[in-house]
Design a protein around this ligand. Structure first.
Ligand code: BG6
Length: 475
């Protein structure tokens, strides 16, 4: 291992590699959009050489699974003939109902001599218990690992039930909960940047930081996911998981070591230090026209936008508000973090209260960018200045590993560092539980706007929201 790898790596566990990969839900959306491209990338990197078995109730043959996989790769521009031949040779298929024991019998037979398979449940959560029972009943759980997708439950109580279902069959160290934000290159860079640069540490606390904002904006709407989305809304879809995980990386203490529990321990401490949200600290919005979307109830009160303030009661962060804003049909698609520093004490240097204070900004998607907002003097007689953005890093990363490639590879090698642990999932639900559903009023907003104007009151004493510029617009 080179020094750079040693310093930068967050993976350390030396577990046995999975000797087969089974994915339930092989005919579904997730398989098409994420799993097939991730499998092809793992094959191309020489990291996947074991049998891969898709399971679904689609009336398909193996040839049809291959057709679907090929179509997925072509449509994602990931089709490479040489990789494809190797992937196709590994792919197999079992067709059947998850409630029918013969499905598991057929899977058992296909697994042959494999004793440590990885089971990926890319299926609706209401099917988890059935599939888990099937795996246990047919002797395919012992020595195996299981991967599940968020949302991990709907609230604290159902999350605990789900944990119970999983733990009946798998020990915690065999359970891999995917929150794909934790596998994003830019999110890992945020973690790296924080702890690999000593100039940051003296600033990174309540003495110097005024407030922190995380905005996850999406210009698109439901894209055919109306029925799914209307059952959950923005708080459960992205805040309880992606946004709180990013926040935990921003606010956590440096992990004491590279053990895979170290990083997870520090993340969970941040979540535990957050008091549960109060309804007054949350503004929910729904874009105009949402109720006419296919799959959405005509009287739906589900939010497509949420803005909130959360606090962290630690010595480092007490009194510093962390603002989160996430929504669909906003003016642009990007995720960014802005850390605002306190103003200089004398108004002379900050040109009065109106000027923007210094900030650090991390763009996490679609490109990776880090910039420092500073003030410089405008040439001339007067001591007045203007804000300049000192770009520290600006890089599109088309070749970076996709989150699914990274996370699937990690799960196969048994490294849980970038997966959500049971206690973190529960702690995050405890934060949002009091404000789920209709705990706070719902406001309508224009598609293409920055959400309901009511969200402005949250940040008004901290310089307002920073609205990322739509791509292509000048700064
Ligand atoms: C998913 C949500 O988890 O994340 C989607 O269910 C959202 O609603 C998506 O669009 C965003 O992911 P990314 O990687 O495109 O930022």
């Amino acid at each position: 291992m080179s020094t750079t790898e040693e310093v930068g790596s967050v993976r350390r566990s030396k577990s046995r590699r999975s000797d087969a990969l089974v994915f339930f839900g092989a005919s579904g959306d997730l398989a098409y959009k994420q799993i097939f491209p991730a499998l092809a990338a793992l094959v191309a990197d020489g990291k996947l050489k074991v049998p891969v078995i898709g399971v679904a109730l689609a009336g398909w043959s193996r040839a049809q699974l291959l057709e679907r996989a090929e179509e997925s790769l072509v449509s994602h521009d990931k089709f490479r003939p040489e990789t494809w031949d190797r992937l196709a040779a590994l792919l197999d298929y079992v067709d059947g109902d998850y409630r029918d024991p013969s499905t598991f019998q057929a899977l058992r037979a296909k697994l042959g001599a494999a004793t440590a398979p990885l089971h990926y449940l890319a299926i609706p959560p209401d099917m988890f218990a059935t599939v888990l029972d099937g795996l246990a009943g047919w002797g395919m759980a012992e020595g195996a690992r299981v991967v599940i997708e968020k949302p991990f439950g709907r609230d604290v109580q159902s999350a605990r039930q789900l944990i119970g279902q999983l733990r009946r069959v798998f020990p915690e160290d065999a359970i891999f909960r995917i929150d794909h934000y934790l596998g994003k290159e830019a999110v890992l860079n945020l973690l790296y940047f924080r702890f690999a640069n000593s100039f940051l540490e003296p600033l990174w606390n309540r003495t110097h930081v005024d407030s922190v904002q995380i905005t996850m904006a999406e210009s698109f709407g439901l894209e055919g996911r109306g029925a799914f989305y209307d059952g959950i809304g923005a708080m459960r879809d992205v805040v309880q998981n992606h946004m709180l995980q990013v926040l935990a990386l921003l606010a956590m203490e440096p992990p004491p070591g590279y053990g895979h529990q170290d990083l997870r321990d520090e993340r969970v401490k941040v979540l535990r230090a957050m008091p549960p949200l109060r309804p007054e600290a949350v503004v929910r919005g729904q874009f105009g026209g949402y109720r006419n979307e296919p799959g959405v109830a005509p009287d739906s009160t589900v939010e497509t936008f949420v803005a909130l303030r959360v606090d962290i009661d630690t010595w480092r962060w007490a009194g510093v508000p962390f603002f989160i804003r996430a929504g669909k049909r906003l003016p642009t698609t990007t995720t960014e973090v802005t850390v605002r520093l306190r103003r200089p004490p004398e108004a002379l240097w900050s040109d009065g209260r109106g000027a923007t204070p210094n900030h650090l900004r991390f763009e996490l998607s679609p490109d990776i960018a880090i910039s420092l907002g500073a003030r410089v003097k405008i040439p001339g007689e007067k001591m007045i200045g203007a804000e300049v953005d000192l770009a520290m890093l600006q890089q599109p990363c088309p070749e970076a590993m996709t989150p699914y490639e990274r996370l699937l590879g990690d799960a196969m090698s048994g490294d849980p560092s970038l997966f959500a642990r049971q206690d973190a999932v529960e702690a995050a639900w405890e934060v949002v539980d009091p404000v789920l559903d209709e705990a706070s009023p719902l406001y309508s907003y224009e598609p293409g706007s920055w959400g309901p104007s009511e969200a402005e009151r949250l940040t008004i004493r901290h310089g307002g929201w920073h609205d990322p510029k739509p791509k292509g617009a000048s700064a």
